[in-house]
Write a protein that binds this ligand. Sequence first.
Ligand SMILES: O=C(O)c1cc(=O)[nH]c(=O)n1[C@@H]1O[C@H](COP(=O)(O)O)[C@@H](O)[C@H]1O
Length: 273
Amino acid sequence: MSKTWADRLRAATAARGRLCVGIDPHPSLLDAWGLPRSADGLETFAELCVEAFVGEVAVVKPQVAFFEAYGSAGYAVLERTVSVLRDAGTLVVADAKRGDIGSTMSAYAQTWLGEDSPLSSDAVTVSPYLGFDSLRETFDLAARNGRGVFVLARTSNAEGADLQTATASHRSVAQSIVDGAADIDRDGRATAGLVVGATRDHGLDLSDFTGPILAPGLGAQGAGVDDLAQIFAGSRELLLPNSSRGVLAAGPSVTALRDAATTLRDEVEAGLA
Ligand SMILES: O=C(O)c1cc(=O)[nH]c(=O)n1[C@@H]1O[C@H](COP(=O)(O)O)[C@@H](O)[C@H]1O
């Protein structure tokens, strides 16, 4: 039987910290790195990131949007990036934010979490907007394959508030996602993770939730390392604070990228100690 996602995440973060670095090849970053806005530029960008981050951080999150912007050539770069990272022992969260009716979600699940898919990753981000239960088969496949699923609960952007804090069945929409994920994780496998932005107090009751939390917003979106311990008090063990542009701004030098990632990684660990 394959190891659970909880086992793999605990081992990786114990060795290389909890920071999750994003590979977000924004067109403006390609410009800043002196690379063309093309699939070739994308490939060089991703290769420099891989060289800088492998062995230094536990988790890397490629933002699929910036790869698919280049069509099939972009997807080919993403496939290579994911497999090189995973072969090197770095956990990959594919930031694909998929969400659909259950039968279609199964196809997305096979794409991102299936053993034989060219895009097979360790975890994927999903949107629960079609109902938490539409993700059921995605959780099942993830559990079978020792992978994880990060469900958007309370996102880092201000625009999410109206929808996510709206009340439905006597609790906020975001809290209903937390409660649904907590139910799935009672088996200890940590299959269902949450996305909770680090940019503000989330207002959620996380006391019943034991799975991993992806917390984007460090750096470019204004969240600071010093606030993590307070915002996520009680949920620190599998907390994965994320920064993309905040680290990538140090490129294209591999040494500078690595220094930016390891410095932030160490700050995160100190802040969460
Ligand atoms: O799922 C995500 O990763 C995500 C959720 C969220 O609430 N906010 C958020 O910023 N993200 C992603 O996290 C990354 C943040 O990038 P930076 O703002 O450059 O650090 C982007 O790829 C976003 O798409």
